[in-house]
Write a protein that binds this ligand. Structure first.
Ligand SMILES: [Zn+2]
Ligand SMILES: [Zn+2]
Length: 361
């Protein structure tokens, strides 16, 4: 019999209580651990944490992270404890009980970027790079919120099944901002999306929100079926996409979210003259691919990468996942109850057809 306080028990958030969490101890090794609720500072009660493609890369050892690591960076929850000197950064005053989403990255306060009042060049990220034995990831019933953390209000009426897409949507909107500015996608701009994981889904949703037609290429039949059922044109191969795009001389926008170097080369081929390739598929070092630089030069192509997510893109992302006509909740294909997950490896050994999330409610 365990002496540890269960996640759901009243008083679990008491200072020094030990709570059950999922810790990564190395590639392929994620286990139940226990960490202590800190006695002071802001504390969030976690409602929902999304399982992200980056989590899968980390679990598989394709991204180096410090271990042990408390995973989980797509987190919605409620402010459980909010001392006067909480140090959180928000657009509106915060109160205990507020439903919020956190930006994973927290400015370090010490780099040249922070010094200059600009963007931090070295942001520690909840669930990705934060070290130590604190409650620094979302696969835990509670999280410590460090001073400087950006928190964004989440409407009470926004279902968690949609809200969990807000963080990846913010990543996509930041990429589109880098390509096209604050409009994200020019009105009526059609786009091709390679890969229909969560980043592909969010990209297609953003294109549709701007009034364009989003066409998706996805090899996996279940994911392709999901794309079609959500209202997107769904193709099975880049060859089909080349045929479809040939009518207009190629696609003005291609978002690579496929997760292979080969898709990057295909994306270049599929662009129309002066088209824009937004690269969101190679979030880990997945290898090399041959391209001809003359294709970029002679056809006026633009390539936009995006590693950083801007804080200003979170509120529009929350609004978009709540307001889009795309039925995002149907893309949640796996809901894991945190308390019922005996072996957290189950989160990573099964490839969900859509998105997986962990629910604490
Ligand atoms: Zn993520
Ligand atoms: Zn910094």
């Amino acid at each position: 019999m365990s002496s540890f306080t269960s996640a759901a028990a009243p008083g679990a958030a008491q200072p020094h209580a030990a709570i059950r969490v999922f810790e990564l101890h190395g590639p392929g090794s994620v286990r139940v651990g226990h960490r202590l609720v800190p006695p002071d500072g802001a504390l969030m009660r976690v409602e929902t944490t999304g399982v992200c493609g980056t989590d899968h890369h980390i679990w598989a050892g394709r991204i180096d992270v410090p271990v042990p690591l408390l995973l989980g960076h797509e987190v919605i929850g409620r402010l459980e404890r909010l001392p006067d000197d909480h140090g959180l950064v928000a657009d509106a005053p915060l109160s205990e009980g507020d439903r919020v989403l956190i930006a994973p990255g927290v400015p370090c306060g010490a780099c040249a970027g922070c010094d200059g009042g600009g963007r931090c060049l070295d942001r520690p990220c909840y669930g990705l790079t934060m070290t130590g034995d604190g409650l620094t990831g979302g696969f835990s019933p509670y999280m410590t919120l460090l001073p400087g953390t950006r928190v964004f209000g989440v409407p009470e009426e926004l279902p968690a099944e949609r809200g969990v897409f807000a963080e990846p949507m913010a990543c996509v909107l930041s990429a589109l901002r880098k390509a096209f500015g604050a409009q994200y996608v020019p009105p009526g701009h059609d786009g091709l999306v390679l890969g229909f994981g969560v980043i592909g889904l969010c990209s297609a949703t953003a294109i549709a929100a701007a009034g364009g037609t989003a066409t998706v290429v996805e090899y996996d039949p279940a994911r392709r079926e999901l794309a079609a059922s959500l209202g997107f044109e769904a193709l099975a191969s880049v060859e089909e996409a080349a045929t479809a795009g040939a009518r207009d001389g190629g696609f003005p926008l291609v978002v690579d979210a496929a997760g292979t170097p080969a898709a990057f080369a295909s994306a270049l081929d599929l662009l129309a003259w002066s088209g824009t390739l937004v690269e969101l598929g190679n979030f880990a070092d997945l290898g090399e691919v041959a391209i001809k630089p003359s294709d970029i030069c002679l056809r006026d192509l633009r390539i936009v990468g995006s590693g950083e997510t801007f804080y200003e893109d979170f509120p529009p992302a929350i609004a978009l996942v709540g307001g889009t006509a795309v039925d995002l909740g149907r893309a949640i294909t796996d809901v894991h109850r945190f308390d019922a997950l005996g072996d957290p490896s189950d989160l990573f050994t099964v490839r969900a057809a859509g998105k997986a999330m962990v629910s604490f409610a």
